[in-house]
Design a protein around this ligand. Structure first.
Ligand code: PRX
Length: 635
């Protein structure tokens, strides 16, 4: 029996039992057999959820790019590593082989070094989905620099916050980006952001759109001429297992975005192992994950997991609706994609267009379908299963988080029988628990509670960059000796898990995590706004959309409310990005508050969701009369 590749349900149960009975031995075997180490570990695992401190493969030495690239050069040099599909369908796709990837990464790494970047330095990457994004990530890893990729849809303010939080010395960007029929001037956004980032010494600029941009002398450099001069050989930096690999920001329910820090060896082992099993990847398969590398899904399952397995990973620059809603299926047909991994929001948007676009294309290459990022509703699940998978490609509904680094609860295709809307069983090594509000573990089946994880797994984030206390408070303080996910879940009669959604003030809009507090802060920046509260409400494509309750400084004002709504959304776009725009804005004379002055979001949420039959007791509020007013004017 191979621990590395699980093919049957019994095998899953056997390997699962082994992984929880003796995690050290189990992960040691996986690590030993399938990766290249410059030195083996002294200790497989040490952990303490109280501190919290978690270390995997301590003492080991390695470089993740040697595992993702160099070791494939003997057997897979001419195999496509990255298959780039441009935004414009008339532009040819680019097949970057492992050999070419090696050369590109080495050259890029030498450019980084020539600009003074070395081990431990932070590099912020703000690029569209073009090959240079994957290459720059790997180039950082090759020399031990810590990459912090910021999704290129974030605004200048959001970008500068993230650059300053981790003290990045360098930014890698492009002149512009293509998205459908639009192009966006990324470099202008970077210029704006850098006005408040004194620590950034250099900016490397990829030419993608050939648009007119400003280049600041001594700070900004076009990448290509530097690459042309760079040596195609670059020795790896030998890293410790627990050296940081990257920082990736995710929203919390309060305050600043959290810079989740992932380290090297455990992350590599877990993303590679999950990739192999969750997608049942076979040597000549073509795998496509539609996420952006700006999110964790792209880090783990476009770049590191697939490349560690010597896979062919598709990178798509565009959007599902351009030039029409058949684009995804056209790409599947064109590249004979075998595994396809996307988000429920994309499935719902495509389902809305009818099956015509799907039926136009030959999707017979597909073997496994994946979904991630938010709960998938039953209707979308069936649409995906019937029309895309033709009922023969199992759907892996994969639950995980930026913080978990890799997939945590998921079916193993062809082994685990799937069930619509259920992420099903814990992956190998993962020990979930459901807790009640008092902190007691709820045992047995057919129960629901707060989803926690009892035992560390190799790719858990080790800290929040620069704020270990916040890491402890957010994940390890709600329940003793448990990692708290922030999600609610139920467990059915056979032990399958269904994720029911966030139990905190994080709202998942189109699969993107949005904390309400930073959006409220942005809204409150508008000069006419006194106060605001933001909640989520169900939306047929986005899963959830944002509903803002706003009180103005001067009531009874004669201002044009529609104009004000536009201005408020403009402020949000400037502070965070268009993904955080509010779908509905209701102006109200006040917000319901407790006697201690806390906004009662529970009531506001119910009104936004049109669940006003049972609002609960409102008599203890400071201002109960406002509830009726809000209900009467609800949108
Ligand atoms: O609420 C869960 C939801 O997305 C959250 C994590 O978001 P993020 O860190 O951006 O990572 C997304 C990609 C891994 C979770 O706390 N979520 C993720 N996957 C699922 C999900 N909810 C239900 N079902 C899923 N498959």
């Amino acid at each position: 029996m191979s621990n590395y590749h699980i093919k049957h349900l019994e095998e899953y149960y056997q390997v699962y039992r082994k992984s929880v009975r003796n995690p050290d031995l189990f992960w040691e075997e996986v690590a030993e057999e399938h990766f290249l180490w410059r030195k083996k570990w002294d200790k497989v695992l040490s952990w303490d959820f109280k501190k919290p401190e978690i270390k995997w493969f301590e003492g080991a030495k390695l470089n993740i790019t040697e595992n993702c690239i160099d070791r494939h050069l003997t057997t897979r040099a001419n195999k496509t590593a990255i298959l780039f599909e441009p935004n414009n369908p008339n532009e040819p796709a680019l097949h970057i082989t492992y050999k070419e990837l090696h050369e590109r990464v080495c050259k890029f790494a030498n450019v980084l070094k020539s600009k003074g970047i070395g081990k431990g330095d932070r590099v912020c990457i703000y690029l569209p989905m073009i090959p240079e994004l994957a290459v720059s990530v790997l180039a950082c890893a090759r020399i031990g620099a810590i990459h912090s990729v910021v999704f290129a849809g974030f605004s200048a303010t959001a970008l500068s916050t993230r650059i300053n939080d981790c003290d990045a010395k360098m930014v890698i960007t492009s002149d512009g980006s293509y998205r459908g029929d639009k192009s966006i001037d990324l470099k202008c956004i970077v210029d704006d952001a850098l006005k408040s980032c004194p620590g950034v010494h250099s900016v490397l600029v990829v030419n993608r759109t050939s648009s007119e941009i400003q280049m600041k002398d001594g700070r900004d450099f076009w990448l290509q001429p530097l690459l042309d001069k760079a040596d195609a050989h670059c020795e790896i930096e030998i890293m410790d297992a627990e050296d940081p690999l990257f920082i990736l920001y995710t929203s919390g329910s309060t305050g600043m975005p959290k810079g989740m820090m992932h380290t090297t060896a455990g992350y590599m082992v877990y993303t590679a192992y999950t990739f192999k099993n969750v997608f049942q990847y076979k040597e000549n398969d073509v795998y496509w994950c539609t996420a952006d590398i700006g999110w964790i899904t792209g880090h783990s399952y476009i770049v590191y997991g697939p490349l560690a397995n010597g896979a062919t990973s598709v990178m798509f620059e565009g959007v599902p609706s351009y030039p029409d809603f058949g684009r995804f299926w056209e790409i599947v047909e064109k590249h004979k994609v075998n595994q396809f991994y996307t988000a429920p929001t994309a499935i719902r948007a495509l389902a809305k267009q009818g099956v015509g676009f799907v039926e136009k294309h030959d999707l017979s290459s597909l073997k496994v379908l994946g979904t991630v990022g938010e709960p998938i509703n039953e209707e979308a699940w069936h649409w995906y299963n019937d029309n895309v998978g033709k009922k023969k490609s199992p759907i892996v509904d994969t639950w995980w988080q930026t913080e978990t680094g890799g997939i945590m609860i998921t079916p193993i295709p062809f082994a685990t029988p799937t069930k619509p809307t259920y992420a099903t069983l814990p992956f190998i090594g993962i020990q979930p628990a459901l807790l009640d509000e008092q902190g007691n573990e709820i045992t047995g089946n057919q129960v629901d509670g707060r989803l926690c994880i009892k035992f560390p797994w190799p790719s858990i984030a080790r800290t929040i960059w620069g704020n270990h206390q916040r890491y402890k408070d957010t994940y390890f303080s709600a329940f003793e000796n448990m990692y708290f996910t922030g999600d609610g879940a139920l467990r059915d009669e056979v032990g399958y898990y269904r994720i029911t959604g966030r139990v905190d003030d994080v709202i998942i809009v189109s699969g993107h995590n949005l904390g309400t507090a930073p959006i409220e802060d942005a809204v409150n920046e508008h000069p006419a706004v006194a106060e605001s509260a933001i909640v989520g409400f169900p939306h047929d494509v986005k899963g959830f959309a944002l509903y803002g309750y706003v009180t103005l400084k001067e009531t009874g004002e004669s201002r044009d409310q529609d104009n004000l709504r536009k201005e408020i959304n403009q402020v949000i776009t400037e502070h965070i990005g268009p993904i955080a725009k509010l779908d509905k804005i209701q102006f109200t004379s006040g917000l319901p508050k407790t006697r201690s002055g806390k906004i009662m979001r529970r009531i506001l949420r119910k009104i936004a969701c049109k669940e006003t039959d049972n609002l609960g007791d409102t008599s203890t509020l400071l201002n109960p009369e406002v509830v009726q007013e809000i209900m009467d004017n609800a949108l």
